[in-house]
Design a protein around this ligand. Sequence first.
Ligand SMILES: NC(=O)c1ccc[n+]([C@@H]2O[C@H](COP(=O)([O-])OP(=O)(O)OC[C@H]3O[C@@H](n4cnc5c(N)ncnc54)[C@H](OP(=O)(O)O)[C@@H]3O)[C@@H](O)[C@H]2O)c1
Length: 321
Amino acid sequence: MTTHLRWGVLSTSKFFSTKVLPAFTGCEVARLEAIASRNPEKARLLGIERVFDSYEALLADPSIDAVYIPLPNHLHVEWAMKAARAGKHVLCEKPLSMTVAEAEQLMAVQRETGVQIGEAFMVATHPQWLLARQWVRDGKIGALRAIQGFFSYTNVDPKNIRNKADFGGGALMDIGCYPIFTSRFVAEKEPQRVLGLIERDATFGTDRLTTAVLDFEGCQATFTCSTQLFPCQTMHFYGTTGHIEIEIPFNAPPDKPCRIFLNGEAAETPVLDQYTVEFDEFSRAVLEGRTVAVPVETAVGNMRVIEGVFRSAVEGGWVTL
Ligand SMILES: NC(=O)c1ccc[n+]([C@@H]2O[C@H](COP(=O)([O-])OP(=O)(O)OC[C@H]3O[C@@H](n4cnc5c(N)ncnc54)[C@H](OP(=O)(O)O)[C@@H]3O)[C@@H](O)[C@H]2O)c1
């Protein structure tokens, strides 16, 4: 029986090189064996066993089982489709696509090829989020009625993919996707309508300050995200009899426990690297024939909310999903 999954990565992305590559060393069943880059010299410096000078060449290698895609957002679906058609399982970075229609096309390819395709929301396998969801399931805060989120950083580098509108840059796509995903994850339902307010950067054309309201019918979620504000992140879940706060909801540190508060009292998670857990969990799901943590259907749901918020900001009113 196969005991591990053999991974290849498309690109020397900064996020991959600095966060995911070190996380692979702790993996038990995910094994990183190859990298492809437009710049193989740069890729060689990363110390990965095999280096390909094109993404196509890596996809053609029969010894690779699964492909990780940390490309700019506008290339996600194109390469996820190519990887799936080459028979590879795919873990693609968030947001999975630029539009709902594109994500649905990928869903069709997933069904046609039978490979597993997942969106790389590491929050879905982090113990602090599993605990928050369990507390809500167990009625620890009564009925969940309100969710408030915030996620911001400052990045005004015109060369960064986050500041390129045609690359799928902007706050909502880059980080607003997290409060949307975690609200849906903990509430375990889909919002019926959304409202969005967006301020765009005059030069980049990307949304640099976005606020949204998600109506989950009986539970209201609000969040603000920004690419040009002091870095902060927080998520709060308010119920009829209690409150949950996730102290570091998204950039959970690999070297210390995370704290999650129930009515002000802290619970701590073990020290772990959330990307190690993410790749091992995806690999185990594939090896054991289970559905991955964030399948493409779930990713379509997130894109539906993102698209709704963009539309609402233009139309100036509620958008029914
Ligand atoms: N899950 C998380 O916690 C997390 C955190 C950060 C970022 N991300 C996601 O990871 C993805 C990559 O983000 P990043 O910040 O690492 O981006 P990045 O440093 O700009 O890397 C993107 C890579 O894509 C390749 N590429 C191919 N065509 C390109 C093109 N036309 N323009 C630019 N690059 C191109 C390049 O690699 P080669 O030259 O080597 O081929 C480049 O290094 C995004 O989807 C982002 O949302 C996720």
